[in-house]
Design a protein around this ligand. Sequence first.
Ligand code: HDE
Length: 696
Amino acid sequence: MARKDDAPSSTGKPGNGGELHQTASAPDARITTNHGVPVSDNQNSLKGGRRGPTLLEDFVLREKIQHFDHERIPERIVHARGSAAHGFFELTHSLAKHTRAKVLTEVGQKTEVFVRFSTVAGGAGSVDTPRDVRGFAVKFYTKEGNWDLVGNNIPVFFIQDAIKFPDLIHSVKMEADRGYPQAASAHDTFWDFVSLMPEATHMIMWAMSDRGIPRSLRMMEGFGVNTFRLLNEKDEAVLVKFHWRPKLGLQSTCWDEAVKIAGADPDYHRRDLHEAIAAGDFPEWEFGVQVLTQDEADALPFDILDATKVIPEEMVPIQIVGRLVLDRNPDNFFAETEQVAFLPTNMPPGIDVSEDPLLQGRLFSYQDTQLSRLGTVNFHQIPINRAKGCPFQNLQRDGHMQTQVFQGRANYEPNSLAEAGEEGGPREDPQGGFRSFALPLEGTKVRLRAESFADHYSQARLFFRSQSAPEQAHLASAIVFELSKVSLEHIRTRVLGNLRNVDEDLARRVAEGLGMDLPKKTAAAVEPTDMALSPGLRLIGKYPDSLKGRAVGILVTDGADGALVEAVRAAAVGEGATVQIVAPKVGGVTLKNGKRLKADGQLAGTPSVIFDAVALVLSKEGCAMLLNDGAAVDFAKNAFGHLKAIGFTADAQPLLDKAGVEADAGIVDLKGGAPAFVAAARTRQWDREPKVRLLA
Ligand code: HDE
């Protein structure tokens, strides 16, 4: 089998795609292990071969990661803020040709799952809507043991080697001396680190795109990120990437909206998921795979062991083979959502890892971190973590919080106790048990980054150039926003130098947005190339032409037209939206016909940012009163600014005027009927955007 690492490096020396070595000037400035041993390389883990797996012997890596894993007690050091649900996975197409894992071969079989979504940087009590990557972790309770597909809503990652993970997370978390900012990447240390790590550039494009501010957990894609293997009955292997695609399509918020939601409803995503499931509106995703042989992988213009690279679906199509449905809320947040422990090492026979050096580090880290977080090697006995689809049994014994009461003497193997009529205990199963892919390995023991990992910019360019015009403007503006919070100018300058490798237009727009001059282009380890654009990477246009899963707010006052309120409600609900009545007082209003209408939310506490579209069904007097209420003016103003459809009655016109709402296709007079408003509400009004904010 041809392997990229067999090629000698162009320099004849071990390659280092990152070129990051910073040499200490004095012995007391150098990095050591916790026992004082100086560290020669803080960039690369020790591998068997240039692109080979990481070696257990790497005590520098293990100590660093192990220390990191135990840094927080008891909240997760990353992905602390999470929301979860139970559901099932149903296989629709067999992958028997490629794998013997029953979860992927038995069509129609429903496998119980528990899924936890999360933000990465914030603490457990942080808000739901910062700009961040979202975790998308799925635990399948299969008949052959738990399978944990611990992914993200972005298909690539910031770094290529697990040894950099503690540095990455330290840089993005609140700054060490001051304890802020919470749940935000817009600060010095994050941009310092990523600008020194050109390999992060591709992921930066994704994180700064609208994917970093999803509208709902139900409206995000999910990705396994790392490359895995599938092994069939004959132990033949293919390489595979895993994908989740939401039935509700991909939707995002506007940045200004995300910031305001953080104040209006810090639990916005958690509440949205919980309420949808409680209402029987079960979120659903398609499950897809990109399968490729080793030869096909070797022919790609990038290395699929490098987690900073995506395989565009135009290059290798995604086959949809199953579906995921979340249909039950957890009974207890702590017992389930908090105590669930996902382990990338949980794989049934027929699924296996690749040598991706990021994944290799993860194989150690997750098991280890649970010891800090859950405090015992027996965390697998906690109900949410227990294998449910099958028995689990072995000869491991005792430890903190042991809940199993074992019988007999057989706590070792081999034994011959059965010959005396005693219980002999379980035995290995060479046929049905987990077998690793027989990967041929050779090479010297090295600590380096393979040359095939050295192109840090081509895919960042591919991503930026594949976006639609509004998305490009959002992305550029997001970088301007974040860098405007970076106080050290040399860091901003360095980012601009990197961006010139991605796209000159992007770099220029960001520089202009910052009011800075464009610096010299950063020297790239490998000159980026222009890849064929991938429209599949866009977000706008990837949502269904309906209101399914979305929320509509109807602002009412005393004297409002009850029939119209009902018509708007019925039209929105008819398209799958949820509707809330918002009124100046939570007790509700007296309608024109004298009937009472109860409110779901009081105006000041239910701003328009939590809705996808709003209708203002006001009486003349009601509107006159609201003109003196900033919350009412903001209700209309923000809906306009966040590109939402606004339905209105003629009597609401003075409020629209005061809020600066100008007529356009999304501003719909309800005398034309509720369906016209609902039709306008199906999309954001992208054409309005240049009128309401200056974008980079
Ligand atoms: Fe994680 N990650 N990670 N990560 N990760 C954790 O494990 C780690 C990475 C992801 O809802 C921790 O149980 C290392 C990539 C999710 O409970 C920890 C590296 C991806 C979750 C850990 C990575 C992820 C975690 C903290 C670099 C996308 C939350 C708590 C090698 C494929 C799961 C825990 C949940 C959680 C380590 C990189 C996804 C410390 C060392 C890449 C969704 O073990």
